[in-house]
Write a protein that binds this ligand. Structure first.
Ligand SMILES: Cc1ncc(C[n+]2csc(CCOP(=O)(O)OP(=O)(O)O)c2C)c(N)n1
Length: 551
């Protein structure tokens, strides 16, 4: 008879969960020891739990199946919470396995004792402490089924040390997961009528609706009915580039999002919810659906998205329509003064076929979507829950899931510092990741937010909370110290050459781009590009943006 944890790992592997991102402690020692008995399970060590959880998130986004994490009691799980929050918001399946004290030890309230279930509940839609070795594998398959959804969810299985080491565990096969159903006929017919009627129509896509097959189906509907395609502001995974239908992402700035949506009479939601502002700002709307616009839901996150779109396509007669597809079109090699804009342009110029971009570039990435729109086909992973520190771990997970694809991780200097230890895992696993750190020596976006919320009386002490220049961070030394070949770029030519080198040389790389904060010159310099990237929206956008930056 295998002991509990052997049977557990076998159960995971049998269910297709073959990767575990770990940061173990004493209560997980039986799990760690059992890893060698199940060769199909890959274990990837992370040096902080927030890295492990972000890795599991990035992995699942690209592998379309969950990875496990192995975390140490309530404190370890708590350290991983921000990236589990991002996974939850992105509806990404993650299976946490959290070790706990042996059941007979709990009464003593030892140092690491805490209420793990309470920590887990904030992010997990399924939480259970396994009570016996005999029940463990059944608990595990229920956790796996819960996290696979749809929608994808975080499930947390808490594993007391004596349950994991006990005898009598027997692997349990994953039960058949029921197929989600497509939108019913009445819903499809009502939406078909709305799309065939008068007025301006939009289709807002999220989750699985931003994957290639769904995009092709919805692009036919759009071509046939004149509806405009939008993507939710922070998609968990967006397939885009040459050969795919272009989709306009809703802007982070609510003022801009309102302008994008202004005038819509019908808005169809597909695997997403109605757009809302990230935060509440004085005098500005929180709910972004324009007044008078009729809202419809074709498919909820629980439903069959592709099947629903195909039904709708048939209902509107779009089966033979020719979808508008993005032609291959790259920007020229960038030249001149070095800015974040030039970094984005260089990425658009050089992006390899089938790349994965993990984007947490914050203010420095404003131009990225425009410069990469016509690049070869690629995937973009974004900051689904707004909790920064996702990007470098996400890139690790994506690279583990897709060893044949180049991963490009774009992070602001502030964001990168939350989970910088991910570099070490990249080096240890020799992952094909190019990390580009925009070192603008600031939490630049918070300077903008300070104005937007209308905070009064911000002086030197307030501004100092956004300054990262005293002392300046040295990402080249950080990268090198963790085993990642690293270069600093202070000119456009240096950066482009460094990117060329990194893209043609396997293994991890870091490029520290020393750039000025982008939004500092936004009104004057970047605005025309921004308008262009928002499909040449005219003057109202400029006005809205000005109001946003300098109310
Ligand atoms: C977990 C978490 N902590 C803090 C924040 C608040 N926050 C949002 S953006 C930001 C700074 C980002 O700085 P950086 O990555 O350097 O990008 P920049 O603003 O300079 O473009 C901070 C601290 C957050 N969103 N999430």
């Amino acid at each position: 008879m295998p002991n509990g944890v052997n049977a557990l790992i076998q159960t995971l592997v049998d269910a297709g969960i073959t990767t575990c991102f770990t940061n173990p402690g004493t209560s997980e020692m039986h799990f760690v020891a059992a890893l060698d008995t199940v060769p199909e399970m890959r274990a990837v060590l992370a040096l902080f739990e927030g890295v492990a959880t972000g890795e599991a998130d990035g992995y699942a986004r690209m592998a379309d199946k969950p990875a496990a994490t192995l975390l140490h009691l309530g404190c370890g799980l708590g350290n991983g919470l921000a990236n589990l929050h991002n996974a939850r918001k992105g509806k990404v399946p993650v299976l946490n396995i959290v070790g706990d004290h042996a059941t007979h030890h709990v009464q003593y309230d030892a140092q690491l004792q805490s209420d793990i279930e309470t920590v887990a509940r904030n992010v997990s839609s399924w939480v259970r402490t396994s009570e016996s070795t005999a029940a463990l594998c059944q608990d595990a398959v229920e956790a796996i089924a819960a996290c696979m959804g749809p929608p994808g969810q975080v499930a947390t299985l808490i594993l007391p040390a004596d349950v994991s080491s006990g005898e009598g565990g027997v692997p349990v096969p994953l039960p058949k997961i029921p197929r989600p159903t497509a939108a019913d006929d009445a819903t499809v017919a009502a939406i078909a009528r709305a799309l065939q009627g008068e007025g301006r129509k939009g289709i807002l896509l999220g989750g699985r609706a931003l994957r290639a097959p769904a995009l092709m189906a919805v692009a036919r509907i759009a071509a046939h009915t004149g509806a405009k395609l939008f993507a939710e502001v922070f998609p968990m995974r967006l397939e885009r580039g040459a050969g795919l239908p272009p989709v306009e992402r809703i802007a982070y700035l609510a003022e801009l999002a309102s302008v994008q949506l202004t005038g819509l009479d019908q808005l169809i939601l597909v695997d997403t919810k109605a757009p809302v502002s990230f935060f509440a700002y004085p005098g500005k709307e929180s709910y972004l659906v324009p007044e008078g616009c009729q809202l419809h839901e074709l498919a909820s996150p629980r439903q069959d998205v592709l099947g629903s779109l195909e039904k709708l396509s048939t209902a509107v007669g779009a089966g033979q329509a020719t979808p508008a597809l993005q032609p291959l079109k790259r920007p020229d090699r960038p030249r001149g003064k070095f800015t974040a804009d030039k970094v984005c342009k260089a990425i658009g110029h050089l992006l390899p076929e089938n790349a994965i971009i993990a984007d947490e570039a914050q203010t420095s990435g404003i131009m990225l979507a425009m410069y990469t729109a016509g690049a070869p086909r690629h995937d973009v992973l974004t900051l689904t829950g707004g909790a920064i520190g996702q990007d470098l771990p996400n890139a690790v997970g994506a690279a583990v899931a897709c060893p044949d694809r180049k991963v490009i991780a774009l992070a602001g200097d502030g964001s990168a510092m939350y989970t910088i230890q991910a570099l070490w895992t990249m080096a240890r696993e020799q992952l094909d990741v190019v990390c580009i750190i925009f070192n603008n020596r600031a939490y630049a976006i918070l300077n903008v937010e300070l104005q937007r919320v209308g905070a009064i009386g911000a002086g030197e002490k307030a501004k100092a909370q956004f300054d990262l220049n005293h002392p300046p961070l040295d990402f080249v030394r950080m990268g090198e110290s963790m085993g990642v070949p690293s270069r600093r770029a202070t000119t456009t030519e240096e950066f482009t050459a460094a990117l060329e080198h990194a893209l043609r040389t396997p293994g991890p790389h870091l490029i520290e781009a020393i750039v000025p904060p982008t939004l500092a010159g936004l009104k004057l310099r970047v605005l025309p590009h921004l308008l262009q990237s928002l499909a040449k929206l005219p003057l109202p956008v400029a006005r809205a943006l000005k109001r946003a930056i300098a109310p």
